[in-house]
Design a protein around this ligand. Structure first.
Ligand code: SF4
Ligand code: F3S
Length: 112
């Protein structure tokens, strides 16, 4: 089992999650984070920390594609262990439909 970051992180990227992860398994894209599914130890402490409710356990329905997505980008993006300011549009974008199609960027973030 693992936890994964899902669509509502896109264009928000609050980063509260990275501060509590005991194994530093969050990776940063330009406008969202992902979790490395093989590094996550399933402790669950990050899930309630996300203001956007974007972190889900893979035991919920239809999570397979998010596990694949998180694995794919965790291998491409830099690790992030330090909380940063949310993206400027975070409050406006929180909960918006269709964020993947509208805003997702494959570009890496800065990490750190
Ligand atoms: Fe890190 Fe635990 Fe969240 Fe997995 S469930 S990403 S180990 S804080
Ligand atoms: Fe994203 Fe939530 Fe972390 S919005 S950066 S998963 S705190």
């Amino acid at each position: 089992m693992t936890y994964v970051v899902t669509e509502n992180c896109i264009a928000c990227k609050y980063t509260d999650c990275v501060e509590v992860c005991p194994v530093d398994c969050f990776y940063e894209g330009e406008n969202m984070l992902v979790i490395h599914p093989d590094e996550c130890i399933d402790c669950g402490v990050c899930e309630p920390e996300c203001p956007a409710d974007a972190i889900r356990p893979d035991t919920e329905p239809d999570m397979d594609r998010w596990v694949d997505f998180n694995r794919k980008y965790s291998l491409k993006w830099p690790v992030i262990i330090t909380k940063k300011d949310p993206l400027p549009e975070a409050e406006d974008r929180d909960g918006e439909d269709g964020k993947m199609d509208k805003y997702f960027s494959e570009a890496p973030g800065e990490g750190g």
